[in-house]
Ligand binder design. Structure first.
Ligand SMILES: [Ca+2]
Ligand SMILES: [Ca+2]
Length: 237
C-alpha cells in the first residue's frame, strides 16, 4: 500500500516538474550550422539604400560577412574596413512568449577611437538589432544592442532621426578581445523601459552590423547562437 502511494507521489512530482510553468523553452533563431563555410550566411540579406538585397547583388568585398568554422561549429565572421554594411534576417518570433534573447559574440579588433556618442566616430565593433515593427512608411522601430569601445554597459543612446535606431550598450570596453561573450537580455522589459510602451506581440526581424567607417579603421567580430527564451533575468532591467 505504502509502496503504491509512494510511487504515485513520485509520479505526480515527476509530472509536476515536467509540466512546471517555470520550465524554460527556447527557439534557436540562428546558429549558422546550415550555412556554407566561406560563404555569406543562408537566409540573410544586406541593406543597400534602405532596401534589402540578396548577396548576389553585392560587388566583390562590398559585404564583408562570411561563415567560418572552428571544430565543427559554424559562426558568422565580420571584417569591416569601412564598408559599414548591415545584414538582416526576417526571422520573427512572439516576444510576449519569448521575451528574452541570448547570443554570443567575440571581437578580434576594435575600431580605433570609436565612440557612439560622438558624431563622425559612431562605430561599434559588433551589434545586434532587434526590429520590433516597421511602420507603414517603412520606418523601423529597433533597439540596436551594441558592443561599445567606451560607453558604459546598459547606456541608452538616442541619436534622433526616423531611421536611426535607439542604441543600448550590451557589452563595453576593449579588454575582452578574442573571447566569446554571451549576452542575455529581456527585450520585452527593456523595450518598455526604453520606449515607455508595450512592444507588439511579434517582432519584425533582426540585423547585425560591424562597422569602422567613421573612424576609418577596421573592426573584426564573430557572432553565433542567437536564441530566444521564455524567461531569463538578463542585463539592463
Ligand atoms: Ca554555430
Ligand atoms: Ca559608423
Amino acid at each position: 500500500m505504502h509502496i503504491v502511494l509512494l510511487s504515485f507521489l513520485t509520479l505526480v512530482s515527476t509530472l509536476t516538474s515536467f509540466y512546471s510553468p517555470n520550465s524554460q523553452t527556447t527557439i534557436v533563431l540562428e546558429d549558422f550550422q546550415s550555412s556554407v563555410t566561406g560563404q555569406f550566411p543562408k537566409n540573410w540579406g544586406w541593406i543597400d539604400n534602405l532596401k534589402v538585397r540578396p548577396i548576389k547583388d553585392a560587388k566583390e568585398g562590398q559585404v564583408p560577412y562570411i561563415v567560418q568554422e572552428e571544430n565543427g561549429n559554424k559562426y558568422l565572421h565580420a571584417d569591416d574596413t569601412g564598408q559599414a554594411v548591415t545584414i538582416v534576417s526576417d526571422k520573427k518570433w512572439n516576444v510576449k512568449k519569448y521575451p528574452c534573447i541570448r547570443w554570443r559574440w567575440r571581437v578580434h579588433q576594435f575600431p580605433i577611437g570609436a565612440d557612439e556618442r560622438v558624431g563622425g566616430k559612431t562605430d561599434s565593433p559588433a551589434s545586434l538589432y532587434i526590429t520590433f515593427y516597421v511602420s507603414f512608411f517603412g520606418v523601423p522601430k529597433s533597439i540596436k544592442y551594441i558592443w561599445s569601445n567606451v560607453n558604459p554597459e546598459c547606456d541608452v543612446i538616442r541619436k534622433g532621426g526616423a531611421f536611426k535606431p535607439v542604441m543600448a550598450v550590451a557589452e563595453s570596453g576593449t579588454t575582452k578581445r578574442g573571447v566569446w561573450i554571451t549576452e542575455t537580455i529581456n527585450i520585452y522589459e527593456h523595450y518598455k523601459k526604453v520606449f515607455g510602451e508595450y512592444p507588439p506581440d511579434e517582432t519584425a526581424g533582426m540585423a547585425i552590423r560591424t562597422d569602422s567607417d567613421g573612424t576609418d579603421s577596421r573592426a573584426i567580430a564573430d557572432y553565433d547562437d542567437i536564441v530566444v527564451l521564455s524567461e531569463c533575468d538578463g542585463k539592463c532591467r
